[in-house]
Design a protein around this ligand. Structure first.
Ligand SMILES: Nc1ncnc2c1ncn2[C@@H]1O[C@H](COP(=O)(O)OP(=O)(O)O)[C@@H](O)[C@H]1O
Ligand SMILES: [Mg+2]
Length: 363
């Protein structure tokens, strides 16, 4: 899959922008704050119908304006798709493919897959379990639409149940029972899918980690889920007393986590910076691979400031993948484009360079 053209209107720091891309490697150059990351985010937006960085749509509108739009032409095999996303304050977001408006935006997820590798991926290790669940969810959602639907239902009943627990009055027992029924039902399905996915994902991740690091150490991760416990239904019902006191649902799929290990020690606590970086990149390369396996579409690869973060060896390994035709279209940002050019020159590839200044393309 590749993107041929992009138009932006009032997206973040871009007032208007029209660009045509190379089908292979595009390098976005420019100083800090120019808009390099924002450009990658616009492409991510069209794929996932949201920003990689800001969860509220309106925050992506150019300051002091009330609407934005992103439009691009995607190509899969012989087919062409014009994807349009429009956000206007106070109105429902519009997402269209070839002028057809989605009634459910979730139907779009996974049709035009994308993988982003960005500096803030470090949050996957450093932050709480929510970050890791989001990563897992967005990966599974891109390959399984039923999963996303189940997740939306689960979160809906979870917030209803929590709202009920927050009321101080003695609450409706039948209502709690109904919410419990749905949470258990959807929660079990979600847990099952997460567990199956991780089983498939882990060896692909390990292969990529070994490739990047030359098998310097062993690494793995474990899926932790309340609903994997033996008497999870009982435990769930028993947690009600605690839930009433704490006024929130304390047991369930919304608590799941993935624990990362290097040589059987916690990556977060004991992993060196280099190990953590390799781990993150291997996770993303595995994400790329598993999406490709399942959909037979090469995702768009968005590499944000990646060369800043990697040592020479790992850059070489990544470049090998580019050379092997492992990837399709790639977008890389770099404040120092000479470096990107030099790296790609080693495999006789000349990327197309776009120089950005203050939300404008100057070359
Ligand atoms: N909604 C917005 N409206 C206007 N400018 C924005 C908005 N969101 C971010 N920006 C601006 O975009 C710039 C950052 O762009 P970014 O793509 O992160 O730069 P870089 O080239 O360093 O990757 C900052 O100057 C920031 O203020
Ligand atoms: Mg940036």
């Amino acid at each position: 899959m590749y993107i041929s053209k992009l138009s932006l209107f009032q997206f973040k720091n871009y007032e208007t922008l029209n660009l045509s891309f190379d089908t292979k490697i595009n390098c976005i150059a420019g100083e800090n704050g120019a808009g390099k990351t924002n450009l990658l985010d616009a492409l991510y937006y069209l794929s996932m119908s949201k920003s990689y960085f800001l969860s509220i749509d309106a925050q992506n509108i150019l300051h002091n304006q009330n609407m934005m739009m992103i439009k691009a032409n995607f190509h899969i095999a012989e087919e062409n798709f014009e994807i349009y996303c429009g956000v206007q304050i106070g109105q429902k977001k519009i997402l269209k493919v070839n002028d057809l408006i989605y009634s459910k935006i979730t139907e779009h997820i996974g049709r035009f897959p994308v993988v982003m590798i960005a500096p803030n991926d470090q949050n996957l290790i450093a932050e709480g379990s929510e970050e890791r669940r989001k990563f897992l969810d967005s990966m599974i959602a891109q390959t399984d639409s039923e999963y996303l639907q189940n997740l939306i239902y689960y979160n809906h009943y979870l917030s209803q149940r929590n709202a009920l627990l927050k009321q101080n009055t003695t609450f409706d027992k039948a209502l709690i029972e109904m919410y419990d029924h749905y949470l258990l039902d959807f929660g079990e399905k979600i847990t099952q899918k997460r567990q199956n996915f991780i089983k498939e994902f882990l060896p692909i991740f390990q292969k990529n980690y070994d490739f990047l690091t030359q098998k310097k150490e062993s690494c793995h991760f474990e899926y932790k889920a309340d609903f994997l416990s033996k008497n999870f239904k009982n435990n769930f019902y028993q947690a009600l007393q605690k839930d009433i006191i704490l006024k929130r649902t304390t047991f369930g799929t919304h608590k799941d986590d993935i624990i990362f290990f290097i040589d059987n020690y916690s990556l977060k606590k004991y992993g060196s910076q280099g190990q953590q970086k390799s781990f993150l990149i291997a996770l993303k390369l595995a994400q790329y691979e598993i999406i490709y396996q399942k959909k037979q579409i090469k995702p768009i690869l968005l590499l944000d400031d990646i060369f800043d973060k990697l040592d020479d060896f790992r850059i070489q390994q990544l470049i090998k993948l580019v050379n092997d035709d492992h990837f399709g279209q790639i977008f890389v940002t770099d404040a120092r484009p000479e470096r990107t050019l030099q790296i790609f020159a080693t495999i006789n590839i000349q990327p197309t360079i776009f120089k950005i200044e203050n939300g404008k393309v100057v070359k």
